[in-house]
Design a protein around this ligand. Structure first.
Ligand code: ZN
Length: 324
């Protein structure tokens, strides 16, 4: 069932902008929760301060960051305050995955909360399109991108992580440029959009949507989609997953079912605990893994170079020496 779903759900599309090099959008089917990497982060409503903002709050610094968005179709009820704490927990889980493995983190856009704690800065966007337009169309990711622009969320120094409160055949989508250049000019250093959906596929056997979490896909999904936007997986990677019909695009790995960027299809080895580039040979340099005494780099663009990933010294600082 799992393999059939992955294939059936791997629809893709191309975003129309920027014209000279359009990112490709990767749609991801449901994973299953029998891998550690798919564990759902615990959360409780009182971890969020109850603030609902419709604009990007003043930034705490001017560094590149991932900005969170909750988007609701024109004709559906706004469930933001019901699930805001869960979005925040899922964002922290994604960042903590890099911290645990590599001493790095994702720089999420945060704000000072009403309770004087730091909170994920989440902008609530009421979409112009109704739910029926989103359902099951291959244009879902493109529509989200356009709605962000309409809402004025188009900062070139931000990636956008969107929880779309609409059903989908996919668990998520992420925009990726197949650009291997190890330089600040790499197109994956531009803005980009990652989307997490409610998993319509539950009704046909999928199980990644969390019934206690509004139906949103969780576990590895957010980090997976963001990592597409950071520039993975590139065709140069030795464990690059070749495109599976009818999907014309791969952009995943095929060496570990516990790897955030691999599709856990049958036959893929469960390599142990959660991994983010198992073996450090596809999209994260060995030199950026403190557990390895290595200065080796892979020779193509890797996610550890991303300006949206915090350096070892912390998220308050830019990465002065990414290791190009
Ligand atoms: Zn993917």
């Amino acid at each position: 069932v799992r393999a059939a779903l992955v294939i059936a759900l791997a629809a893709v599309l191309a975003s129309p902008t920027p014209p000279q090099a359009a990112p490709r959008v990767h749609a991801d089917g449901p994973g299953l929760v029998d891998y550690d990497v798919d564990a759902r982060a615990p959360w409780s409503p009182d971890e969020y301060d109850g603030v609902e903002l419709t604009t990007d709050a003043p930034d705490l610094n001017d560094l590149p960051a991932v900005h969170a968005v909750y988007m609701v179709p024109a004709d559906l009820p706004d469930r933001f305050l019901e699930f805001a704490a869960m979005f925040q927990s899922d964002a922290r889980q994604a960042s903590d995955r890099l911290r645990t493995l590599y001493g790095r983190a994702i720089r999420f856009d945060e704000r000072s909360g009403e309770d004087s704690k730091r909170h994920l800065d989440i902008t609530v966007v009421r979409a112009a399109l109704p739910n029926s337009v989103w359902l099951g169309t291959p244009f879902q990711a493109e529509a989200v991108h356009n709605e962000l622009r309409r809402a004025g969320l188009d900062d070139p120094d931000k990636k956008y992580a969107v929880w779309l409160d609409a059903v989908s055949w996919a668990c998520g989508t992420g925009e990726l440029y197949q650009d291997a250049r190890r330089s600040p000019d790499n197109l994956n250093e531009r803005s980009g959009v990652a989307v997490v959906y409610r998993n319509y596929a539950r009704s046909i056997g999928g199980s990644s949507g969390d019934p206690d979490g509004g139906g949103f896909c969780r576990g590895r999904v957010l980090l997976h989609e963001l990592t597409h936007t950071f520039g993975a997986v590139l065709e140069q990677a030795p464990h690059y997953l070749r495109p599976l019909p009818p999907s014309p695009f791969g952009a995943h790995c095929n060496d570990s079912a516990e790897d955030v960027m691999c599709y856990p299809h049958p036959g893929l080895p469960d390599t142990g605990g959660p991994a983010f580039d198992y073996g450090n040979d596809d999209y994260w340099d060995p030199a950026a893994n403190p557990a390895l005494d290595s200065s080796a780099t892979l020779g193509w663009w890797t996610v550890n170079l991303s300006r949206f990933v915090c350096p070892v010294s912390g998220c308050e600082h830019p990465n002065p020496d990414p290791g190009y």
